[in-house]
Ligand binder design. Structure first.
Ligand code: G3H
Ligand code: 13P
Ligand code: ZN
Length: 316
């Protein structure tokens, strides 16, 4: 069942976080739905602009529709990740997305407000939720590269003002994470002080944490042992997911970790079977391994085991 992120957040706020996982193909979709059902967790499917154009935007929508039929008990939102204004409108008009993210965080405050307000108006007219972003993460967001040291944490007073002015349904805050596999150089920790200040001003308002992959070091070691050269990577401490959720982080975005699962499975498979050229055997292993990964993350986020209670709350 497709629901809005607002419906998911209402159930989760302050208790647990919903995992928001990026997908690009059928194998990821199968693994994601399987892992969610195995762990009895609601989830958010995120589709980036790059994912939409990887094959054809209609292909990914059809895959998700099919996965929803194969796993009829799944409760999930379909969300545009890091949208620009035009892509937001395209997704709103598609009739398939239940929420969109407008990311104008690279623009000055006033322009970010202006753009976000326009998207909120168009989305709310169709019952679609809107995530916006304030502050700047380090790393790469779609086509935008933020140099290290140039990312800036979200200002709590500005966040309160931004939400008031735009009417957005959730806010992505910069609290020290960045996209990709190389998040921290020194101390590996989220800025809980910023989260506490935001919560003090906006209690009950759902926050979003981008760049939340944990970059498991055993996964990286296996990739490197099978020919990879990923050096010096570091991710978010998984033990910080739940404390962040208690402070209002209701959506936790994970993409890179799934890519690492894919890379490990395929590198090890072809290293061990150099004469193989059928892509289905490693694809099948990937689906199982990705499902296991998703279920393990849902346990850490506290979303595992929430499906029955959420379903009951939705039908009240
Ligand atoms: O935040 C970006 C996501 O990880 C999506 O990445 O734009 O390469 O699909 P992508
Ligand atoms: P990671 O690169 O940490 O997986 O972050 C993903 C993300 O924020 C997608 O919007
Ligand atoms: Zn992101």
């Amino acid at each position: 069942m497709i629901v809005t992120t607002a419906q998911l957040f209402k159930h989760a706020y302050g208790k647990y976080a919903i995992g928001a996982y990026n997908i690009n193909n059928a194998e990821q979709a199968m693994g994601l739905f399987k892992g969610a059902i195995d762990s009895q967790a609601p989830f958010i499917i995120q589709i980036s602009k790059g994912a939409r154009s990887y094959t054809d935007k209609r292909m990914l929508e059809a895959i998700i529709r099919a996965a929803g039929d194969i796993f009829p008990d799944a409760i999930f939102a379909v969300h545009l990740d890091h949208g620009d204004e035009a892509t937001c409108y395209d997704c709103i008009d598609s009739g398939f997305f239940s929420s969109v993210m407008i990311d104008a965080s690279h623009d000055p405050f006033e322009k970010n407000v202006e753009i976000t307000k326009r998207v909120v108006e168009r989305a709310h007219a169709k019952g679609i939720s809107v995530e916006a972003e304030l502050g700047m993460l380090g790393g790469v967001e779609e086509d935008i590269v933020v140099e290290e040291g140039h990312s800036c944490l979200t200002d709590p007073a500005e966040a309160e003002e931004f939400v008031k002015q735009t009417g957005c349904d959730s806010l992505a805050c910069a609290i020290g994470t960045s996209h990709g596999a190389f998040k921290f150089k020194g101390k590996q920790s989220l800025h809980f002080d910023v989260l506490e200040k935001i919560k003090a001003r906006m209690n009950g308002f759902p926050l979003v944490m981008h760049g939340s992959s944990s970059v498991p070091q055993d996964e990286v070691a296996r990739i490197n042992a099978a020919g990879g050269t990923i050096a010096g990577s570091m991710g978010v401490d998984v033990n910080e997911y739940l404390p962040a959720a208690k402070l209002g982080v209701t959506k936790i975005n994970i993409d890179t970790d799934g890519r690492l699962v894919w890379t490990r499975v395929h590198r090890e498979f072809f290293r061990d079977k150099p004469a193989e050229f059928d892509f289905r055997p490693p694809g099948k292993i990937f689906i199982v391994e990705y499902a296991k990964f998703i279920a393990s993350r849902n346990v850490l986020l506290g979303s595992a085991g929430q499906l029955a209670d959420l379903r009951a709350s939705l039908t009240k």
